[in-house]
Design a protein. Structure first.
Length: 178
């Protein structure tokens, strides 16, 4: 019998002064059985950094043809493809060739830096935005994670301030490409 995902609910308060976005919204997120809580929280941060009402989580790890997060226009045409972690260059090449906005959010400090260094030459040929999230900051949020959560995200210039429950952290966005 296959393991079922664990469901988490988030009440998100977003204040992004860079993009003049201020919103409150609710999200229900499935933690895939093979996914870590750290990766799920990185998906939440990437979602908040790109938030629009049309943005949506996909089936993620259970469907290799879909990114972690995407956005379609009113006609159902894919507009945005967002990956969390260290996807293959071929996967990113396929997404970039489709003409959509492609963004990658690696996390986990040394692992993500090795991925970027190894693939930097190939990635530079692609129209892909790569912004590194602080693995340390994401890990610290795990202490505040409950099945139902209040999640506050504030962005100002390159600084991101996060609060999950009683746990607060901050980090600097590190633009690796784009």
């Amino acid at each position: 019998m296959a393991l079922k995902p664990t469901i988490y609910k988030f009440r998100v308060n977003l204040a992004d002064t860079n993009q003049n976005k201020f919103d409150d919204f609710n999200l229900t997120v499935a933690l895939h059985p093979s996914e870590t809580k750290e990766r799920m929280l990185a998906r939440m941060v990437a979602f908040a950094l790109n938030y629009t009402p049309e943005l949506a989580f996909t089936k993620g790890l259970s469907d290799q043809e879909q990114p972690d997060i995407w956005q379609h226009d009113d006609a159902g045409v894919l507009q945005t493809w967002i990956e969390v972690g260290e996807p293959s260059v071929d996967r990113l090449k396929k997404a970039a060739r489709s003409g959509v906005k492609v963004a990658v959010y690696p996390f986990g400090d040394s692992k993500s830096q090795m991925w970027f260094t190894k693939n930097q030459g190939k990635l530079a040929q692609l129209d892909v935005s790569i912004v590194k999230l602080s693995g340390e900051a994401i890990q610290s949020l795990e202490q505040g994670l409950e099945r139902t959560n209040d999640f506050s995200v504030m962005c100002s210039e390159d600084s991101v301030y996060l609060t999950l429950g009683e746990v607060s952290t901050e980090f600097q966005l590190e633009v690796l490409q784009g």
